[in-house]
Design a protein around this ligand. Structure first.
Ligand code: CP3
Length: 360
């Protein structure tokens, strides 16, 4: 039997940049590119009834995934879902209280509940995510690559234990200091869950994956390695790295992780995400010979004028400099109050300035 190697996307600049191969321009996509700053997203969400019903409806999840691509010349699509679908599938009862962000009905606090915790079968409760991946791949029709994602074990544990957003992470940190064995047990289960979940997304067609470690950066220097990075290392080692003859690049993003770039790059990932507090030129000097870099525009910079946005984009593109291995992105998710026309200014500026730099 002959195996046909599926053709790469027509625009594969994103995948090539992640592998530090030459591209005609610097590819760009935005964290939370499908979201509330787009009126068409708000309209679809209203039709779905709620954010979670939107996530759980593969046709509608596909529709909103494609919305930002219809408006802007983005170089990648990202699966529309949420990192908290995994603890939801573990039975914690995810809901979104209006204006308060995510919450769990049954936060993980009791030892017996922690001992009972199990990694979900990605084709069980999470099948709606896999169906969305297949649906989106079909709809994209090989135009641009599709990114899959998951939260890091530690970031998921923050929400699972705190029961929602927190300003000091008192509950999880108390467990970290007093009962590290319990926290390690949760992180073990989360690690298994994330490996299975991401490998299932890859099986269903995502062409790159990103691990969001949104809260690892609030750990002490010493605790970061033990409670966040070690588990991400194990995930990177456990992922399917090649599918149908194509490499599946892995991006690791610890928000606030600028001081640990060498350690993150040593995880075996293909690319490291940068928030906006790190100098991308210095980051490249530190780890650019090992991995690609993704970032690092301040999301609040999108409230500046289109001219200023273009200047800021040029500053970052120039700071990274000539050569390969940069994926332009925001340093964190886009704000719901962002004027949509400013996103066009950013995306077009990335393409324009990076093409000019290659000709210079
Ligand atoms: O990037 C994308 O377009 C893909 C979709 C995506 C969402 N959430 C959709 C979403 C991704 C990759 C995420 C990741 C996510 N979710 C993270 C990691 C990245 C980060 O921001 O640090 C985290 C911590 C979450 C948990 C979460 N989900 C929070 C804190 C919130 C509330 C945010 C807010 O602004 O109120 C969500 C809800 C959420 N996830 C929205 C979207 C578009 C907004 C929900 C809505 O429509 O009401």
């Amino acid at each position: 039997m002959t195996m046909n190697k599926p053709t790469p996307p027509r625009n594969d600049t994103f995948l090539r940049a992640l592998m530090r191969q030459p591209t005609e321009h610097t590819p760009v996509w935005l964290m939370r590119q499908a979201g509330r700053y787009l009126p068409e997203y708000c309209e679809t969400r209203k039709r779905a009834g709620s954010f979670m019903q939107l996530c759980k409806n593969p046709q509608m999840a596909c529709e909103v995934t494609l919305q930002p691509l219809a408006r802007y010349e983005l170089d990648a699509a990202i699966l529309f879902s949420d990192i908290l679908t995994v603890p939801d599938a573990m039975g914690l009862g995810l809901y979104f209280a209006e204006g308060e962000g995510p919450k769990f009905e049954r936060p993980l606090r009791e030892e017996w509940a922690i001992r009972d915790l199990q990694a979900p079968d990605p084709y069980g409760h999470l099948k709606y995510v896999m169906d969305a991946v297949s649906e989106i791949r079909r709809a994209l029709d090989n135009s641009v690559p599709l990114i899959g994602f998951s939260g890091s074990p530690f970031t998921l544990a923050c929400y699972m234990i705190e029961g929602g957003a927190s300003d000091d992470y008192r509950t999880i940190k108390t467990m970290l200091y007093n009962r590290p064995d319990l926290l390690h047990h949760i992180l073990e289960v989360n690690t298994r869950a994330v490996i299975d979940y991401l490998n299932a997304q890859i099986e269903c067609g995502v062409q790159a994956v990103m691990i969001f470690d949104s809260w690892g950066g609030m750990l002490s220097h010493h605790a970061y390695r033990e409670f966040s990075l070690n588990y991400m290392n194990r995930i990177v080692a456990g992922l399917t790295r090649e599918k149908d003859g194509h490499r599946i690049p892995v991006i690791v993003f610890t928000k606030g992780g600028g001081q640990w770039l060498e350690d993150i790059a040593a995880s075996g990932c293909d690319a490291v995400g940068l928030d906006w507090t790190t100098d991308i030129a210095q980051a490249r000097a530190r780890i650019g010979d090992k991995v690609a870099l993704q970032g690092n525009f301040d999301p609040v910079g999108l409230f500046a004028s289109p001219e200023k946005i273009s200047q800021e984009v040029k500053r970052i593109v120039d700071a990274y400099g000539p050569g390969n291995g940069h994926v332009f992105n925001l340093g964190h998710g886009i704000s719901q109050f962002t004027p949509p026309e400013n996103v066009k200014a950013l995306v077009d500026a990335v393409h324009e300035h990076s093409r000019a730099l290659r000709k210079a």
